[in-house]
Design a protein around this ligand. Sequence first.
Ligand code: SF4
Ligand code: SF4
Length: 71
Amino acid sequence: MPEKTVAVWIGERCIQCGLCVGVCPVAAIRLTERGIEIDVEKCTGCGICVKGCPVGALQLKKIVLEAKRDA
Ligand code: SF4
Ligand code: SF4
């Protein structure tokens, strides 16, 4: 199974400041009414948002990508 390192959001720490949305070089982060959403397809695991979050609400984590089904 393919693995990938991406940023994950820790909702209970987040203060909804929106800083991470602006620092992501590939625009993988969105602020929604449910909080931060990270597009794991776009995220490169660069860690810029993790360093930029003032309250430590983002962390890098290795995830297993679900196998894509051929159409
Ligand atoms: S780790 Fe990098 S690419 Fe992924 S969401 Fe954070 S800033 Fe964007
Ligand atoms: S930078 Fe951190 S505290 Fe601010 S919105 Fe993003 S995850 Fe939340």
